[in-house]
Design a protein around this ligand. Structure first.
Ligand code: GCU
Length: 674
């Protein structure tokens, strides 16, 4: 599993192999840069895998080569004229692959575009797409496509379930591990163009010369692959590192400190991307400590990196136990009034939902609500609340649901995807970030199928409107095999896995009923201690008569943060999608649902359905033995066993717990708890 989706498996079919081979013999790559070198290397690696008889591709400047790779200005003059219209459509990082007179042209505006085009070409070969006549024009729809590593300097990973951090700070900067290069290749192959390498719960030490040298080594290793490095900034770093008496963003000495720090960082990393900041949340320092706004905090950092072309990604995940309102309202309440107050090189990074990466949340109400402030998406690729390392759930399905959600900000069709693309409100910056699921495990992600989440994330960040069925097919073929049976069966498991998991964990809009602090396994009974909004009972509010969180006008009124279409549709417990019922409403246990069941029975039946779904996944997988290598087959099989056991655990614990309140028997069809 180490090679992820870059396996470059040998052809199954000799005829197809023979038709592809000529494109790998003599190749003309115009240009000379580190990126051009990695393009050639990647083609060599791929050719080594694809062809039974070993051929080393020959790279020579040859206008007649079967495969020609070059930027727009190097396209031969006669073709320039003929292709004027298509060439003018290629944007900065985009590419055009064009079949012409038995040859393939990969054309980009920049070398980075050529690298993406090369991976596009190799994907076509990997998925056994006929090359003769192949043509595709691809431009990314999002500018900033980032992985956020929540990696600590001691190599632990916050919410990481695949071993330790792959950044070996001890060996850096002197040793560049091959793993960093393979990581960069994998990212480039899916269009990821930035990585913030450190935890949002930031350690100021990363801003010291000792660590900047290490970050520089990573940046140098990633640059040929078109990947910029970003760092997380601890807001009170001036106090920690240089004993300043304050970190007040309006204090001139503090502002100067950050300006100097930015200059210092750019001395190490001339193309440093900028800062990612978590402030005023979960104990992190921030502008609130000085009575300042989130905009004032963000703008100070933005001023510091601006002369060097850097940006600030300021997280909207801000909540506070001292604020008495419903936690899920707080980000909107805080940020909405600040719309238009951020500098142009600030982008506000918003989690997909208003709580915290739950199995299912409605979209975050800030999307569509900030016409004058660019917003970027934060998805969580690591499965903190979704079974962590051992559950198989295709996150692309959840992301598709969120991206397709309609904010109605500017009327029907104002989807979250369009908001992110700057098509609803004209944003100067656009971005999508994913909290990485990568660690030192041999297969990178712990669960072999969690590689699909990394892969799908990249594809959706490149094109948030992409078809997830197609993404899954590509991933399966590139990662495992072309065997149609395998691909179809596994894809069906993937496509059904998300609703299955929601059923056995948090059906009907239940949320945050996981165990305390580590968030693994059920814990609807979690109460008291710490802070109220970290307890499950705060969210489900089960009592003898009812269950659910009233977020309508009679409750916290968080619902009012959405467009009128939603306040209407979701405001009525009889018309709201059952997916969000208990998220927005508090209803009696015998509340009659459109399914014909009363609430208690529906809940029990959904938990049961989830368990049956997990068993079905396992059963489907068992039929695939022998279709792929035994190692990955077994690994997934043993994790599916755990998943089934844990689905039962979830069902039994939640139903037994909630039954104390409902006082009703389990309906027919629901198994007795073990
Ligand atoms: C969650 C998670 C934390 C993380 C936080 C964040 O609350 O449990 O570990 O720090 O999200 O996104 O900042």
């Amino acid at each position: 599993g180490y090679k992820l989706w870059l396996q470059y498996y040998p052809f199954e079919n000799a005829e197809h192999e023979a038709s592809c081979l000529p494109y790998f013999l003599k190749i003309s790559v115009v240009g000379n840069s580190q990126t051009i070198s990695v393009i050639k290397e990647e083609i060599e690696i791929a050719a080594e895998g694809f062809f039974a008889k070993k051929h080393k591709p020959e790279f020579q400047q040859n206008p007649d080569a079967r495969l020609w790779i070059g930027t727009i200005e190097s396209v031969p003059a006669n073709l320039q004229a003929a292709w004027k219209s298509e060439l003018s459509q290629i944007t900065e990082e985009g590419y055009w692959i064009k079949s012409h007179a038995g040859r393939l042209f990969i054309i980009g505006k920049t070398d980075k575009g050529l690298l993406y085009g090369t991976f596009g070409f190799l994907k076509a070969v990997q998925t056994r797409t006929p090359l003769d006549g192949f043509e595709i024009l691809e431009n990314p729809k999002i500018q900033l496509r980032l992985l956020n590593h929540w990696d600590n300097l001691n190599r632990t990973v916050e919410r990481g379930y695949a071993g330790f951090s792959i950044w070996n700070w001890h060996r850096l900067p002197r040793h560049i591990d091959q793993q960093y290069i393979d990581y960069a290749r994998a990212n480039a192959s899916i269009g990821i163009n930035g990585v913030s390498v450190t935890n949002v719960n930031a350690n100021a030490l990363v801003l010291t010369p000792e660590y900047l040298e290490k970050a520089k080594a990573l940046a140098d290793a990633f640059r040929p692959y078109g990947i910029k490095v970003y760092l997380t900034a601890r807001f009170n770093a001036p106090m920690i590192l240089d004993n300043l008496p304050t970190a007040d963003p309006l204090d001139p000495a503090v502002q100067q400190w950050w300006k100097n720090k930015a200059k210092e960082i750019y001395g190490y990393i001339p193309d440093f991307g900028g800062f990612l900041v978590k402030a005023d949340s979960e104990g992190q320092p921030g502008p609130h400590n000085y009575g300042r706004t989130q905009a004032e905090g963000a703008n100070m950092l933005a001023e510091a990196v601006k002369p060097f072309g850097g940006i600030v990604m300021w997280r909207a995940f801000v909540y506070n136990e001292k604020t008495p309102t419903d936690r899920i309202r707080q980000a909107y309440d805080e940020f909405k009034p600040l719309d238009g107050k951020f500098r142009e090189n600030v982008i506000v990074q918003v989690k997909n939902g208003p709580l915290d990466f739950q199995p299912r949340e409605p979209f975050h109400p800030l999307f569509g609500a900030m016409p004058k402030t660019p917003l970027m998406m934060e998805f969580q690729i690591t499965k903190e609340y979704l079974g962590q390392d051992t559950h198989w759930v295709n996150l692309a399905s959840m992301w598709r649901e969120i991206l397709d959600a309609d904010t109605y900000a500017e009327g029907k069709g104002s989807t979250v995807s369009k908001v992110l693309q700057g098509k609803v409100h004209p944003y100067s910056l656009t971005g999508i970030a994913g909290v990485a699921n990568i660690g030192t495990d041999r297969n990178w992600t712990g669960h072999p199928t969690a590689q699909a989440d990394w892969y799908s994330f990249g594809r959706l960040a490149w094109n948030p409107d992409a078809d997830i069925d197609r993404i899954a097919t590509d991933w399966l073929k590139m990662t495992f095999t072309q065997d149609q049976d395998f691909v179809n069966t596994t894809k069906e498991i993937m496509m059904k896995s998300y609703p299955i998991l929601v059923d056995y964990m948090t059906p009907l809009g239940l949320h945050h009923i996981m165990a305390r602090s580590h968030h693994w396994g059920p814990g609807p009974w979690v109460t008291g201690g710490g802070r109220e909004d970290w307890t499950a009972t705060y969210y489900h509010k089960a009592s003898k008569d009812s269950i659910g969180f009233d977020r309508t006008a009679s409750g916290s009124n968080a619902l009012a943060q959405y467009a009128p279409v939603w306040t209407k549709a979701w405001g009525n417990p009889n018309t709201i999608s059952l997916d969000y019922l208990l998220w927005f409403h508090r209803v009696p246990w015998d509340f009659k649902l459109p399914t014909g069941n009363m609430l208690w029975n529906e809940m029990a039946l959904r938990y049961q359905r989830g368990v049956e779904g997990a068993r079905w996944m396992e059963g489907q997988w068992m039929q695939l033995e022998g279709k792929i290598d035994p190692e990955r087959y077994q690994h997934i099989a043993s994790f599916l066993r755990i998943q089934v056991e844990e689905a039962v655990w979830w069902r039994d614990s939640c139903l037994l717990y909630f039954q104390q309140f409902s006082g009703m028997p389990l309906p027919p069809g629901v198994e007795k708890p073990l």
